[in-house]
Design a protein around this ligand. Structure first.
Ligand code: NAD
Length: 480
């Protein structure tokens, strides 16, 4: 069986303990490879390698760092099929989605930060004729990057690319549930000529490997994407050590639909924002609010179209939805559907595990599920399910829908559908989300700050914001 390896000091290495965890293919519900069960000893080796590489990498000219990153991006493109296949097997998502979204976006991340670093500038402030202040922005040292399973290579590269573009060395930890693409990336980094120790990847359990990173004094800056509970754990350990933290966490995103919207565009995008990647994108809209005059038409069309979505083998071109990421996650999703029923919700479609035949007969598949009749403040509408489950709710006024939209602990993203421009901007100002899409969904401009409000996030990633995060500003005041 294929054994994944850690990547430390430019070499592929077994975990110090020699222990491995099973890695499952969720579409077949069985083990297909093994992943290192690393611990604090591996983290220590990775930090030492990163610390050794830092003095040289941090003064390597930006153009040279950029060239290496562009080579990594080219190699990702050249290996598109292999990486997409690996991601689909690891994660259960349709191969088509991995090929058209996740892997191309991973190479875009490298290209974006490889070029951004060439244009990164710091500030200066003149105090009339008495002094000049200038701000030096220096790389910090060893950056810890922890990523989740839902968009494995895309979100891993979203962190490590700005970290080492800015001259840091990285200790990265991908999710133990989807480790394969990060492993393949480590091979591509060697091929691209990335110096040993600049990127180190340690695989294993979060509470072991991730927690060792939070506690390690040699990692002064950390970027995390994952659940809000995990973010709290990291913060508890890392904050007393005064680590610089960026936390991208959960969401319960509202879609707000007014009767004057462009109906067909809205309908197609809402289907996507509900069920892409089996609803396992942090930016998926899981609470759909519809202006009452449109409610019945929307509900009937939406349910009819949801019923036509094909849940099937991720390798098949015809599959709209693949498997959810694990058996445990499937049980969690099904338990929330049960809760929705107990809370008085009506299932309009879906609600069950899908039993496929053939190679996927033991896989973890869930029907796309639409529920109505629940109040905005019940648990189903407050807690993150992170699966193909959406609730529909009518509203009468703007004030009412803003109150509903803002009623959760989360504030990651929102979509607003209306042709009334003034109303769209008014709501964008009032809805408490870090990312607002008006008449679109998932359109990403990598230059913009990315992140959530409230319990969805701390800090912002993306664009120069990310390069600023991974550098330490130092002000120099010169008397004239
Ligand atoms: P998770 O929090 O369980 O795991 C994320 C990562 O943290 C994994 O690598 C895991 O091993 C590690 N980890 C777990 N416990 C840890 C600990 N005690 N210390 C340090 N690291 C630890 O999240 P998940 O289930 O992999 O991903 C789903 C969650 O991620 C959802 O809540 C989703 O909304 C969120 N997410 C957020 C964004 C965003 O940009 N805000 C993007 C994608 C996913």
């Amino acid at each position: 069986m294929n054994k994944i390896k850690n990547f430390i000091n430019g070499e592929l290495a077994a975990p110090v303990s020699g222990n491995y965890l099973d890695n499952y293919d969720p579409a077949i519900g069985d083990v297909y490879s093994q992943v290192p069960d690393s611990d604090e000893q591996d983290i220590d080796l990775a930090v030492q390698a990163a610390e050794r590489a830092f003095p040289s990498w941090s003064v390597t000219p930006a153009q040279e760092r950029s060239n290496i990153m562009m080579r990594i991006a080219d190699l990702i493109d050249q290996n598109l099929d292999r990486l997409a296949q690996a991601e689909s097997v690891d994660n259960g998502k349709p191969l088509r989605l991995a090929k058209t979204v996740d892997i191309p976006r991973a190479s875009s991340n490298f290209r974006f930060f490889a070029t951004a670093i060439l244009h990164f500038a710091s500030e200066s402030h003149i105090m009339e004729d008495s002094a000049i202040n200038y701000t030096l922005r220096k790389s910090i040292g060893v950056a810890g990057c922890i990523s989740p399973w839902n968009l494995p290579l895309y979100l891993f590269t979203w962190k490590i690319a700005p970290a080492f573009a800015a001259g840091n060395c990285v200790v990265g930890k991908p999710s133990e549930i989807t480790p394969m693409t990060a492993y393949l990336l480590s091979e591509l980094c060697v091929e691209a000529g990335l110096p040993a120790g600049v990127l180190n990847i340690v695989h294993g359990y979060g509470p072991k490997v991730g927690a060792a990173m939070s506690a390690h004094p040699g990692i002064p800056v950390m970027s995390f994407t994952g659940g809000t509970k995990t973010g709290t754990e990291i913060s508890k350990t890392a904050s007393p050590l005064f680590k610089k933290l960026s936390l991208e966490m959960g969401g319960k995103n509202p879609n707000i639909i007014f009767a004057d919207c462009k109906y067909e565009e809205m309908m197609q995008a809402t289907l996507k924002s509900s069920f892409s990647n089996q609803g396992q994108i942090c930016l998926c809209g899981s609470r759909v609010f519809i202006e009452r005059s449109l409610y019945e038409r929307f509900r009937d069309d939406f349910v009819e179209r949801t019923k036509t979505l094909n849940v099937g083998d991720p390798m098949s071109e015809d599959s709209d939805l693949g498997a959810v990421v694990s058996g445990a996650h499937m049980e969690k999703i099904l338990s929330y559907i049960e809760l929705a029923k107990q809370e008085g919700g009506t299932l309009l479609c879906g609600g069950n595990q899908v039993k496929l035949s053939g190679r996927c007969k033991h896989g973890w598949f869930v029907e796309p599920t639409v529920i109505e009749g629940l109040p905005h403040d019940c648990r189903t509408n407050q807690e993150e399910i992170f699966g193909p489950v959406v609730t529909l709710m009518p509203f009468d006024t703007e004030d009412e829908v803003v109150k509903y939209a803002n009623s959760t602990q989360y504030g990651l993203s929102a979509t607003i559908w209306t042709e009334d421009l003034t109303r769209a901007h008014r709501l964008a100002n009032q809805v408490q989300s870090g990312i607002i899409w008006i008449n679109c969904w998932m359109l990403r401009d990598l230059r913009t700050p990315f992140g959530g409000m409230k319990n969805s996030g701390l800090g912002r990633e993306g664009g120069f914001e990310a390069l600023r995060f991974f550098t330490e500003p130092k002000n120099v005041c010169v008397k004239l």
